[in-house]
Each structure stands twice: as structure tokens, then as C-alpha cells.
Design a protein around this ligand. Sequence first.
Ligand code: ADE
Length: 225
Amino acid sequence: MRIDIITVLPELLESPFNHSILKRAKEKGLLEVNLINLREFSTSKQKQVDDYQYGGGAGMVMMCEPISNCIEHLKKDRTYDEIIYMTPDGELMNQKMMNTLSLRQNIIILCGHYKGIDERIRQLYITKEISIGDYVLSGGELAAAIFVDAVGRLLPGVLNDETSALFDSFQDDMLSPPVYTRPETFKELKVPEVLLSGHEKKINEWRHEQAIERTKLRRPDLLEE
Ligand code: ADE
């Protein structure tokens, strides 16, 4: 999968993809992430990418031309399956959406700033609008990083059998059961007996029950779906 991220703050995204699982995905050639500085596509001397909004009001709006120039430039070299705009008024990100999008080949992510982007860019180019939650970030970059992380780890070959994404929270609309590691007793709290039993069937049953209990308690909305 190739992900091209259009941003006015490429520096902000230099680190997130160079560690742990995503680093391995890149090294294995399963994931390529490119950071594209939107300012390079501005035609003005000052490399302007935003302007006052028509109708007045506080806050700048990201202009059409630099974004359009940038997307057209990228589209010369390949076709894109999806051009995603990270925005608080987009569709709420969830695991199902990540599963679907992990099957795409080439994706552009556009990170918004200020008051957002000119509506005409949304009409002309954007194929999907995604929000990572009901709160407003100062820009789309951190949301884009979360998107790449969530999708990148689902690419075939990125995780091994043990860490397989199939066992994640949310993969069956359920939260994960509690987990424990050594020592057996910590500050008088003991690891549940069943986990020390070596009885695989009982352990799986226990984990399933715990997952249901936890979901009922913390996220009953998931069970209703
Ligand atoms: N940009 C600003 N806030 C955002 C959010 N909640 N999700 C995605 N992109 C954003």
C-alpha cells in the first residue's frame, strides 16, 4: 500500500511511521508513506496556502489552487483508490472502515488546517472524509498518523500469527479480555487461576466471557450493533 500525505506540517509526521510495527511494514516493502509539503504547490511568492473566508468571519481557509495542483501532480504518476480528507465533520473512524480501506493500493490523505479547506476541493477531489472522534484537533496530521497506524498493521504480512489483528478489540465488535504477565502475585493481586491451568478450552471460554462482560460494562453500544 502506498499512502501520500499532503500536509503543511511534514515535520510533524516524520517520526510516527519510523518505529515498531509500521517501521517493519515499510522495511518489508508492504507500506510506503510519502509526506508532501503543500506549500511547494503554492504559486505565490510567499508560498501562501490559506486565505480569508468569503462572507467574513474568523479563521483562514485552505485555498483551492495549491491543493488542486498537488493532487493533479500526484495523479500524473498513478491512479488513486481513495482521496481522504481528515476532518471533524467526516465519518467516524472504526475498525470496519479500517478493514475495508486496508485493501486499497494507493491512497492520498489531505490534512486540513485552520477553518478547513475550500468546499470545492471536497466536491471535486475528495472520495472519503474521516473523523477520528468528536473533538477538534489543530490540524489533520495527528488524525492521519492514527489512520496510517490503524490501516498499516492490517496489511497482510505486517503482523505475525501471534499478534494477528484478528484477535484485536473491536474485530468482533467486542473489547479484549484482561491480560496478565509475570509475576503471579503483584501487591497481593493474583492472576486468575484459570490462566495458570494450562487448560486451553477453559482459558478460551474465560476470555470470551470476560470480553462479553467488559463490553457490556464499558461499551454496550457495540453489542447492540
Ligand atoms: N482535524 C481536526 N479535527 C479532526 C478530527 N477530529 N478528526 C480528523 N481530522 C481532524
